[in-house]
Ligand binder design. Sequence first.
Ligand SMILES: *[C@@H]1O[C@H](CO)[C@@H](O)[C@H](O)[C@H]1NC(C)=O
Length: 242
Amino acid sequence: MPVILFVLVSFILSIHQQVRSQSSTCTLTEPDILGPYWLDGAPKKTDDLCDNLPTFDVLILTGRIVDFDSKCKRGIKNVNLDVWQANYNGVYSSGRSSNDWFCRGVLHSDDNGYFKIFTLFPGRYDDGGYRPAHIHFNITASGYPQLITQLYFEKDVYLAPFDSCEQCHSDSESLITSVRHVHDIKTFEGNWQIVLSKKFHPRIVTKTSLSRGSYIDVKQHTMPNHDRTSSREHNTMKFRQG
Ligand SMILES: *[C@@H]1O[C@H](CO)[C@@H](O)[C@H](O)[C@H]1NC(C)=O
């Protein structure tokens, strides 16, 4: 019995320590390139980034935007999160008509800096080289320098140095989240802390063309097929085993 108790106590202590060390990391969120698919005029959205979200491969991203100079203790309220990403097939919406702002929108953090985004797990595509799955962010908070960046996913086999975008920062720890299935097996859940500072100005790289073409022309945009039978064709994440 005492052995079991000892094992149990040390297990609980180790979990406690992991949680503490995670929440005590306070590093600035790195910028990343804007890429060719940002569009001006994305509509305001409350939390659903993509219209008619299907029931499979949904991503629930929660997070908090915090102030670096308060050692990440203070949340930043009313931050403008301009978010855009590809659909399952790695295609961006064109934004050319009122109903074609699929997976694009402007959201806000709440009074304590928290945000929640319901979206699709972004897809990728073979175009002579893969980009890892990613979501673009243009983050503006009053009093803080603007931050343009991208969010990536842990264990994605195309994270740098295998990213077809050589200028991108898909190897930056501040830009990688891990996702889990908490709610059900078809729902990815991730958390991302965004750290801003009034004193440090992130470099803004507005490079719009990549050396190796990694994006499909927006004109080829197709709405995702919500039919369950075709879900197998969707270009979803491939995780490295073990
Ligand atoms: C980013 O968001 C700000 C604030 O809404 C906006 O002024 C700017 O045009 C957006 N896009 C870029 C590429 O900076």
